[in-house]
Design a protein around this ligand. Sequence first.
Ligand SMILES: Nc1ncnc2c1ncn2[C@@H]1O[C@H](COP(=O)(O)OP(=O)(O)OP(=O)(O)O)[C@@H](O)[C@H]1O
Length: 933
Amino acid sequence: AIIIAHKVDDQMVVLMDPTEDPDDILRANRSRERTFMFDVVFDHTASQEDVYMATTKDLIEGVISGYNATVFAYGPTGAGKTYTMLGMHCEPGIYIRTLNDLFRAIEATSESMQYNVSMSYLEIYNEMIRDLLNPSSGFLDLREDSKGGIQIAGITEFSTSNAMEIMQLLTKGNRQRTQEPTAANRTSSRSHAVLQVTVKQKSRIKNIMEEIRVGRLFMIDLAGSERASQTQNTGKRMKEGAHINRSLLALGNCINALSEKGANRSQYVNYRDSKLTRLLKDSLGGNSRTVMIAHISPASASFEESRNTLIYADRAKNIKTRVKRNLLNISYHITQYTNIITDLRNEIDRLKSKIDEQGPERRKLEKANIRDIQAEVQQHSVQYNRGEMGRLREQLMSAFRQQMEIRRSLMELENTNMELHIDTSRHLLTIADWEREKAHLARRWREEQWWEKAGKRKEGGGGGGGAEKELGTDGDLDTSEPVEVTVAREEIAMLLAEQRKTAVLKSELEQKLGDTKVKVSKMEDLLPKWISSEDQQEILSLLCKVHELEVENTEIQSTALRKENILQQKDFVIQRYEQHRTLCDEIIQQQRQLIEDHNLQVPRQLQELYAIYFQEMEEGTLESLSTLHTITANTLRVNTHTTPTQSIPSLAFETPLASKCCSKYYLETSLTRTQNLLGLKDRSRSRLSSTPSETDSSKSELVHSLNKPQGSGKLEEIATGTKSISVIAAKRRSKAQALPLESTVMALKEKERNTASVHSLEETEKENRGRGVILKKNTLNSEISSVANFDDLSTETGVIDLSNHQGSSHPLTPRGGRANVKGLRKPEPREDSTETSLRKKRSRSFEVNSQGVRLVPKDTQSIPFPSISDHRFAVAPRLFQNSNHYLQPKIVTGDTGKLSDGTMPPANKVKFPLSHHSGNQHFIYTCDNNPYA
Ligand SMILES: Nc1ncnc2c1ncn2[C@@H]1O[C@H](COP(=O)(O)OP(=O)(O)OP(=O)(O)O)[C@@H](O)[C@H]1O
């Protein structure tokens, strides 16, 4: 034979006609060669594994899910059907492989599903069904159930749990199968063998409605069609062959009918022609996934059989089956339900008893667990709160630090500002000195010119008018500025620019400070919301308090620094004054020496002045005052550096804490007492009417008061000196004030005319006595020790009555009860004598307060002067003390430099930036010949 079946590709096979003669042209059109297309085509090289994988493996999943499946081998005898389905020991066929995989798949899902696998193995031999697993059961009948399903009555179904058991059953069954050698096949199967595997699947979870899935797998090894000529069967074999062919013919008819059913629904499928078709009813055209494996022999000798087989297989392709899952809903009987409920109750009881057995221990464990959890939660809560607390504290501290830094910066800035002011003032002094010097030179030059012209006029006897006209000009006077004045002007410009810069910086810092304050205050408000614990709230509020105290401390330091600056300024003034006084003393001493050496006649007034001078020198009053200032200043410096917790020095005129602890009234009262003690309070009462005894009494009180805090003899000495000079100063003021208005006016005029009006001290005293004015004896309270204030001493001596010469409608308005200008003096009658001049110099107060002018009307002289209780006024700059001339305040408006009456200030009037440019009005003080003004 030759090979006539060729596999073209995986799906195509060509069956050639062996009888075809290529040279026979007449039969060319009648060739029986045919090409067939199938799902898969195998040739002789295909292994059992290949065939199984391509045909059957995919059916297993469906079977265990409740679907029917059928695999059957179809073909002529000896083509290899039994080999494919059963296989050899070394090459197992589809039966074994399928069952192995089936059990593997069942095992994979056995946890959740419960399976029951059963098998039956039968053969249809000569149209009789025989149970291969139980051959003694005889021939079995096919029956249809109520649903049309085919059942084999009495078939043995073996439930198995593993593939090995099935293999044993198969082997046993195969041994029972009818096989006989024929001419075509030595092991020819004379029956159709049907292996049925039923898989029932249900969930392991108990339920009232139980669902069972039933999948059936038929694996059928058909007997081969045969031709009698080929098999050479006779007798019994021929009869077997006839039955085989008949059943296969019925199968072929069914296939033909089923394949045509798609187009013609009325086509009848006759399953009843054979038991084979009846058994395969579902598998062929019903509820089953069916695989048909058509076997052919490639030999040319089997052309006809191969051709018929392929034609049937090709037709079978058209058969469509409708697959559905086989579900069994088991409706239990009432007794079954009762059993189920009983089972469930038993299960519940069992579980309960188990819980009870473990009860006490478990409860303990649970309690312990709860405690652990609570502790853990609490710990977490504490940690969270700590974290939150730490975060808030950090935020607060950061804000506080920022605030403190800003405050320190402000303090430093203020200090810088103060230094700038001091420097500016010093330069202004230099300029003022120069201006005064220039004016003096000009006057002298004019006088010299005048005398020169007068001499010439006398000599020439005429032309005086022309000379007088020339007096108004400076002529060739050299008034070029010295270098230091030019430098001073430049320095002032620079310092003013610097001051403007610091002002801008200050405002920025203040703005920043304000913002920080707002931020902190908001945080403080939000604290109760953020922190629930009262302790933590308290801690944070304490933190805030600490910060507030720190802020207060910083402010205190700032105030102290400011005061120290002011003291430095005062020191500077006093130092200059000391230099000047030493110079005067030297002049006087030399003059006295000159007079004595030449036995010159000394006028009475000058003698008196000398007497006063020497008295003061002997008493050492000026030195005492200077020492008092030094000690007071030192004490103040010490005090201003104390912290609030330190003791309050008794001589502090106003420490920061004192400003809080002492009321305003207290301070004013104390100051008043101090002033009264020093005989300066009431000028009308401080005249020379004070008797030595009164003076001694006051002195002793002062000593007593000062001794308390100081505890040294030095203070007694100072106080004595202070009292002495105070009394003398008071005497002189009294004398001046005791003059009637007319006298004062006259004195002013006289001064203007540069003529002298001599008033002796004794005369003034007499006048005062005549008016019955006496110095009231003041009592000294121990409180005075805390407010002994050198400033107030000078303040009191500096108060003047301007109403005499400027009228009550002075343009300057007093600023409250405290604002005052110290050092504005009532003009005194000009005395030509040196003694009078000296006396005036010494009795003058030197203070100028930039805050305003104290205007005391004449008729209110007896009203006690309000004391300074506010340190902001008490510490006003007193750089421009005037010892020689009273100051005439005028107003300069804005930056134009013009006076309030619209005129420009005279050249010898100096404009001082007395305040921190807080307003647009400045005072101008006329300083005729005082280098410090
Ligand atoms: N693919 C194959 N490889 C090797 N040997 C095979 C193959 N197919 C079939 N045979 C062998 O050919 C012989 C005939 O095969 P088999 O009995 O399976 O044919 P059959 O179709 O079952 O015949 P019958 O219808 O008569 O039962 C056997 O000896 C078998 O071992």
